[in-house]
Design a protein around this ligand. Structure first.
Ligand SMILES: Nc1nc2c(ncn2[C@@H]2O[C@H](COP(=O)(O)OP(=O)(O)OP(=O)(O)O)[C@@H](O)[C@H]2O)c(=O)[nH]1
Ligand SMILES: [Mg+2]
Length: 460
C-alpha cells in the first residue's frame, strides 16, 4: 500500500536525555536530506540501510542549527512500518524535539495520528491485529507477568493459534461443501459423523480459549480486590499496610473514608487492584451515605473481597449485615487488630465463615500480611490463572469474538443434530470463521481497526 509520509515525537514529552523524532514513508529520506547536515560529507539518501549518522539538524531556510543529533536510517522493507523510517535522536527536551518535528512537518511530512506507525505495520502486512494490540499491552503492562503475555502475543502466538483454528473450520467447510456437491446416499452417513466430530472439536478449542480468558483479564487489568467492612475496623490501614505507603487517611473516627480509593500492587507478578471503601453502616449523613452506596457497587463488581473484622470487639449487627451481602463472592476474612486482646467470639465467627479462609493480621504491627498475600495468590493461582497458561486471551475484544464463534459452532452442532441441510449449516460455519478472522484483523471492520489504534499514544 502507498501512504503519505508521517512524523511524530516518539519519546515521552518532557526533559530527558534523548528525544526521538520518527519519520516514516516514501519521503522520509528526502525530508532528512533537506534538514540534516552530516559531519562527514555524504549523500544521506544513499547510505546503507540500518546505519547511524552524526551531524546537525539545520533549518534550510535560515541556516539555524537546531541540535546536534544522531540519525538512524532504516530503509524498507525491514522496518517497523515496512516503509522507509528515519529516527532523529536529538537531545530530550520539549523545545528542541518539537522544533525539529516542526521542521520535519514543514519539509513535507504530516503529523502522525496516535498509533499510526503501528497501524501501517498492520496495513502493510508485517503484523496481524492481535500483534498490534500486543504493542499497546506492552506499553501499558502493569507487571512483568502481563508483559510476558503481551510479548507472546507480539511474537504472534495468538495469531498462530487463530490460524490453526481457522484451518480447522475451513476443513469442516470443505466437508460440508462436498456433501452439497455430491449428495449420494452411501457417503452421507460417514461424512455426517466426520462433520459432527470436526465441529465438536472446534467448539472445544474455542471453549478452552474462553475459559482461560478470565485469567487473561486479571493479568491485564489486575485482580479487583475490594476491602470491605464496617467503619473503623482498619480497612484503610490494611490498604496502607499492603501498599507500604500512607495512601489513605486513617483516624479513629468511624466513617473516615468516604470515597473509593484504588491503587495497584503486585503479588508475585499478579497485578492486584486494591480498592479501599467506606465502612458499610446505616447512616443519615449524606456524604457518608453516598460512600456506603459506592462500597456496595464496588463489592458487587469485585473479583475478590477482603472482609475486614475487628478482633478486639464483639461481632455486631453491622458485621452480620455484611456477611449477608457478600454471600456467594470470593472472600478472605481478615481478622485485624490481633495486637489487642481478643474479644471476638471465635466459635461464632467460625460458624459464619464455614470453610472460608481467615487470616489474622495487625496492620499496626505489620503481622500476618505475608500470609494474607500468600492466600490471595493461592486463591487466584489455584483456581484460574494457572489453567491454560499457554494460550491466554487477555483482550476483551478477542473474548467477544470467541464467544460469538462459540455461538455459531453451537448452532452448527444443533443443526447437524436436527438434520438441517448442509447449506444452512454452512452459513453458521462461515459466521464462526468470520469471528475468528476479527481477532487477527482479516475480517475486522475499519471502525474496529480505528478504535484499536486510537488507544495508542502518539509516536508509536
Ligand atoms: N490496635 C490496632 N489498631 C488498629 C489496627 N489497624 C487499624 N487500627 C486503628 O483503627 C482505627 C481505624 O482505622 P482505619 O484504617 O481508619 O479504619 P477504616 O476501616 O478504614 O475506617 P472507616 O474508613 O471509617 O470505615 C485507627 O485508629 C487505626 O489506627 C491494628 O492492627 N491494631
Ligand atoms: Mg477507611
Amino acid at each position: 500500500m502507498e501512504f503519505d509520509t508521517i512524523a511524530a515525537i516518539s519519546t515521552f514529552p518532557g526533559e530527558a536525555g534523548i528525544g526521538i523524532v520518527r519519520i516514516s514513508g516514501e519521503d522520509a529520506l528526502e525530508i532528512l536530506s533537506r534538514i540534516f547536515r552530516p559531519f562527514k560529507k555524504k549523500d544521506i539518501k544513499a547510505v546503507k540501510s540500518h546505519t547511524i549518522h552524526y551531524g546537525h539538524i539545520v533549518d534550510p531556510e535560515t541556516g539555524e542549527v537546531y541540535d546536534e543529533v544522531l540519525v538512524t536510517v532504516m530503509k524498507k522493507p525491514h522496518t517497523y512500518t515496512r516503509e522507509d523510517v528515519v529516527e532523529i535522536n536529538c537531545h530530550g527536551g520539549i523545545v528542541v524535539t518539537s522544533k525539529i518535528l516542526e521542521l520535519v512537518l514543514r519539509n513535507g511530512a504530516r503529523l502522525a495520528e496516535p498509533g499510526e506507525f503501528t497501524k501501517r505495520a498492520f496495513l502493510n502486512g508485517r503484523i496481524d491485529l492481535s500483534q498490534a494490540e500486543a504493542v499497546i499491552d506492552i506499553i501499558t503492562s502493569k507487571t512483568m507477568l502481563a508483559n510476558r503475555y503481551a510479548q507472546k502475543q507480539l511474537a504472534g502466538v495468538l495469531g498462530q493459534k487463530m490460524r490453526e483454528l481457522r484451518d480447522k473450520i475451513m476443513g469442516l467447510l470443505s466437508h460440508l461443501l462436498a456433501l452439497i456437491d455430491f449428495p449420494e446416499e452411501n457417503v452421507e452417513e460417514l461424512e455426517k459423523s466426520e462433520i459432527k466430530k470436526r465441529a465438536e472439536e472446534i467448539l472445544k478449542d474455542i471453549e478452552k480459549l474462553i475459559d482461560a480468558s478470565e485469567s487473561g483479564r486479571i493479568i491485564r487489568e489486575g485482580l479487583k480486590t475490594a476491602i470491605i467492612g464496617k467503619p473503623n475496623v482498619g480497612k484503610s490501614s490494611l490498604l496502607n499496610a499492603l501498599l507500604r505507603q500512607e495512601r489513605a487517611i486513617v483516624t479513629d473516627i468511624p466513617g473516615t473514608t468516604r470515597d473509593v480509593i484504588e491503587e495497584y500492587m503486585s503479588i508475585k507478578g499478579i497485578p492486584i487492584k486494591l480498592i479501599d471503601t467506606a465502612g458499610i453502616r446505616h447512616t443519615d449523613e449524606l456524604v457518608e451515605k453516598i460512600g456506603v452506596e459506592k462500597s456496595k457497587e464496588v463489592l458487587a463488581e469485585a473479583d475478590l473481597i477482603l472482609f475486614v473484622l475487628d478482633s478486639s470487639r464483639e461481632l455486631s449487627k453491622e458485621d452480620y449485615e455484611i456477611f449477608d451481602i457478600i454471600s456467594g463472592k470470593n472472600v478472605i476474612y481478615v481478622l485485624n487488630k490481633i495486637d489487642l486482646p481478643k474479644k471476638i467470639d471465635e466459635t461464632e465467627l467460625k460458624n459464619l465463615v464455614g470453610n472460608g479462609i481467615i487470616v489474622e493480621v495487625s496492620t499496626i504491627k505489620g503481622l500476618g500480611l505475608d500470609r494474607l498475600e500468600t492466600e490471595i495468590y493461592n486463591l487466584v493461582f489455584k483456581g484460574r490463572v494457572s489453567a491454560g497458561e499457554e494460550d491466554i486471551i487477555t483482550n476483551a475484544r478477542h473474548k467477544e469474538a470467541l464467544m460469538n464463534a462459540k455461538k455459531y459452532m453451537e448452532s452448527v452442532l444443533e443443526a447437524i443434530e436436527k438434520g438441517f441441510s448442509e447449506d444452512l449449516i454452512t452459513i453458521d460455519v462461515n459466521g464462526a470463521l468470520e469471528e475468528i478472522g476479527k481477532i487477527t484483523g482479516e475480517t475486522a471492520t475499519e471502525d474496529v481497526i480505528n478504535q484499536i489504534f486510537e488507544r495508542f499514544c502518539i509516536g508509536k
